[in-house]
Ligand binder design. Structure first.
Ligand code: FEO
Ligand code: CA
Ligand code: CA
Ligand code: CA
Length: 603
């Protein structure tokens, strides 16, 4: 048989048109939510009541727009465990009645702040492979939101660039923001990426802030009307935006622990971070993407080695080390990448690459920039060393089976049309081979010598996404396009125990016209490039956080922003409660859509 080990079997579902408000799973599988927006996490916390939502209630409830997801059983086959989840952003027009903005807008804005951040929730189940329930009042339950103190650590902690009037030492930040994807470290902590944090700040931007896409326009969330710190123009607030855009590390086992922002990993629009231990040296390597058009791919290599079982030591690993940015070179004859599809004459989109140091041995490796400047304005450091502008790097994840590294490049319709400054054209290249890249692609990186700490790599394109029935440039590593599920906008990645790649998508409805979903991709032998769709999410939702525990026949997804184009008064999705029309919602249910974490299992 092809591949590594035996995958669990399912019949791939047909792609689901984008007007279908259902969560669709293969025959013989069932789904149910584990926890939904507004579910109470603590004793005495109220059930969700969107007509009367308060910040105090929300701070005790599961947050909005669940994205990254970790499911951590307390041991193999354990009947207890933890769910850890990011709450990336809020859709206020869907969450709250429009009429309330004029009378209690301040409270709604504070409730939206409390719906951001992260949740840690205890789980229980009756048998391995059976569905979990969450525990109200679990001893490890925790909400992290915009009032939660974070410690800044690493080389930029205390930097002048991170000091504000509220925090003159530049070492403590209130809250985490726009947490997108993340990863679980080998030492059991959770990493979470602060992504589009620019959209919460207002103020005449400096050059550095413009490079971070901060603008002078009032924000959609309007928090600048509630708290001073979101207005960079106010006295003492200038640096507040510099205190977001980091990788944060949380110990989910200890609800009293102070979460940490790791400045050694740089500041950009972090999708997430995935860590592995280099087998030869024991040093740990974190792979990271900066999710904007024409942004870069990064990796961090720790100075010190991982020590099995030494939690205190391992929690210092991400504070000392070198930060690198990727530069790609193609190997096909010049002029063959025309951006319109078709393989180059050497038969593959492939080539070599180098990891260019931005910091080295605790100092800046970029001429003219201090280490504080490199870490706070990391995009500018990447510009200075000639990093390769990519088509929106999302999850970057090493295979635990093969050691190869996979990069989801979600899309970039500006490729070949504009550059990031929206002025000149940045053409297709071999690593980003499609002009107006609507459907995205997936890269496979092989570190030289199989060493995670190598400074050179080889690469090839695994998938050029799309619907092969309509797009002849879609490419599936040579697999027969007539036998794959159409896929568009790869975002989050995961692996099962056999080393097969799982991809969740964000943006398929507006591109190939199908709902977003979760897909399994073979990587080895005759099944390399075979894409099979496992599930599909409801109207206007994105599929996030996939977790695949194939030994237990369990798959988990975070269903983010269902019905996001609707409104509170006129919902466009009714997931997951599906309260019948004119019926009174049962206790704990609501009529409109709710982001929710879903488990898929074999009943
Ligand atoms: Fe929040 Fe990059 O997706
Ligand atoms: Ca080539
Ligand atoms: Ca994402
Ligand atoms: Ca995305």
């Amino acid at each position: 048989p092809d591949g590594v080990g035996v995958p669990f079997s399912f019949g791939a579902i047909d792609p689901v048109p984008s007007d279908v408000d259902e969560l669709t799973v293969p025959g013989g599988w069932a789904w149910e939510p584990i926890v939904r927006w507004g579910d109470p996490l603590f004793p005495g916390a109220p059930a969700l009541d969107p007509e009367h939502q308060t910040a105090e209630a929300q701070a005790q409830q599961f947050g909005y727009n669940n994205d990254f997801l970790a499911i951590l059983p307390d041991g193999p086959g354990a009947l207890t465990g933890l769910l850890v989840c990011n709450h990336e952003y809020t859709n206020e027009e869907v969450m709250f009645p429009a009429a309330q903005w004029s009378t209690r807008g301040r409270e709604l804005r504070r409730a939206a702040m409390a719906a951001h951040g992260m949740s840690v929730v205890e789980l229980v189940r009756e048998e391995a492979g059976g569905p979990w329930s969450y525990v109200v009042g679990g001893a490890r339950n925790r909400r992290i939101h915009l009032d939660t103190p974070f410690r800044l650590s690493g080389p930029a902690a205390g930097s002048e660039l991170l000091r504000t009037e509220e925090d003159p030492a530049g070492t403590t930040v209130l809250g985490t923001l726009n947490n997108c994807s993340g990863g679980v470290t080998p030492w059991g902590t959770v990493l979470s990426g602060e992504e589009n944090v620019n959209s919460y700040f207002v103020g005449s931007p400096t050059e550095e802030e413009k490079r971070f896409e901060i603008t002078a326009s009032p924000t959609a969330h309007g928090w600048e009307s509630v708290q001073r710190r979101w207005n960079l123009g106010l006295e003492g607030c200038r640096n507040e935006a510099n205190r977001f855009g980091w990788i944060v590390e949380v110990d989910p086992q200890d609800p009293t622990s102070t979460p940490v922002k790791r400045t050694a990993l740089g500041r950009f629009k972090h999708e997430g971070a995935n860590v592995r231990v280099d087998p030869a040296t024991g040093r740990v390597v974190a792979y990271m993407g900066d999710d904007s058009r024409f942004e870069y791919l990064y990796k961090f290599v720790s100075r010190d080695a991982y020590r099995e079982g030494d939690a205190a030591h391992n929690r210092t690993l991400l504070d000392h080390g070198d930060l690198f940015v990727a530069k790609f070179a193609g190997n096909s004859p010049a002029g063959e990448i025309d951006g319109e599809g078709g393989l180059p004459s050497d038969g593959a989109f492939d080539g070599t690459g180098e990891w260019i140091p931005l910091t080295r041995d605790g100092a800046s490796a970029v001429p003219g920039m201090s280490i504080d400047q490199v870490l706070v304005n990391t995009r500018a450091a990447g510009d200075a060393v000639g990093a390769t502008a990519m088509d929106r790097p999302e999850d970057v994840e090493p295979s635990p089976v093969s050691g190869l590294v996979y990069v989801a490049l979600t899309n970039n319709t500006d490729r070949g049309a504009k550059d990031r400054n929206l002025s000149e054209e940045l053409p297709a290249d071999e690593a980003n081979p499609r002009t107006k890249n609507r459907d995205g692609h997936v890269l496979e990186l092989s570190e030289r010598g199989g060493s995670a700490v190598a400074e050179r790599f080889d690469w090839s394109i695994l998938l050029v996404c799309g619907d092969p029935a309509e797009d002849s440039s879609a490419y599936f590593a040579g697999f027969d396009p007539a036998r794959v599920s159409p896929i568009s906008c790869p975002d989050n990645l995961a692996f099962d125990s056999t080393g097969r790649l799982w991809i969740s998508t964000d943006g398929a409805p507006s591109n190939i016209g199908y709902n977003d979903g979760l897909f399994r991709v073979g990587l080895e032998g005759g099944e390399r490039g075979r894409v099979e769709q496992f599930l599909s999410v409801p109207v206007e939702a994105e599929t996030c956080g996939p977790v695949v525990h194939d030994a237990e026949n369990m798959v988990y997804v975070a269903v983010q922003h269902p019905g996001e184009d609707g409104s509170h008064a006129a919902p466009s999705s009714f997931f997951p409660d599906y309260v019948p029309e004119r019926a009174t919602p049962a206790p704990g249910q609501v009529r409109g859509p709710r982001p929710a974490v879903v488990q898929v299992y074999r009943p």
